[in-house]
Design a binder for this molecule. Structure first.
Ligand SMILES: [Zn+2]
Length: 174
């Protein structure tokens, strides 16, 4: 059993890369950042079936096993030691989205699925992921609906939208 995580890695000349901190979901507001696990020591490091494992000790004395898959460039938290209690958490976290975040995400929207059904193929939640820097495992509770800049209809996190600025739009045929 494993859970996708984010890891900061530091390159040490002698030992190669080593994880220095990891987080499942960072709780971010204007002034504080929490939910980050600072790694004090890498106690063990081994390779197994195309993956790299690190047994780490955090600055609060908890032990976790981190797994790195180089083919996918993806880190996960592996079961064992104190990791088991983190793995018990539901994979999806509910996050309240402030108005300022909604406005920032709105600015990337050109139109919605109601006014341009053929072009709207991005979930508004994926723009929220980008604005907040969170993963796809996040469930958003928006404090107010966003508005489509084109038709002024309401946009929820589940609404499909068209992105502003031609990103991810197919190049016109020449
Ligand atoms: Zn619209």
């Amino acid at each position: 059993m494993s859970l996708s995580i984010h890891v900061d890695v530091q390159s040490a000349q002698s030992e190669g890369d080593r994880p220095v901190r990891f987080w499942l979901d960072v709780i971010l507001d204007e002034s504080t950042l929490s939910g980050i696990y600072e790694i004090e020591t890498v106690e063990d490091h081994w390779y197994e079936r195309n993956a790299e494992y690190f047994k780490v000790l955090t600055d609060v004395g908890k032990r976790y096993i981190l797994r790195f898959d180089p083919a996918l460039d993806r880190w996960s938290l592996h079961s064992g030691f104190d990791g088991d209690e983190l793995l018990q958490r539901p994979g999806v976290e509910m996050i309240t989205v402030e108005a300022s975040t909604i406005r920032a995400a709105e600015q990337q929207v050109a139109a919605c699925e109601r006014c341009r059904p053929d072009e709207a193929d991005w979930l508004f939640a994926s723009i929220l992921n980008e604005v907040t820097g969170r993963s796809g495992d996040t469930e958003y509770a928006m404090c107010e609906p966003a508005k489509c800049p084109n038709c002024r209809d309401e946009i929820s996190e589940k609404t499909l939208v068209q992105l502003q600025g031609g990103i991810e739009v197919e190049a016109p045929a020449e």
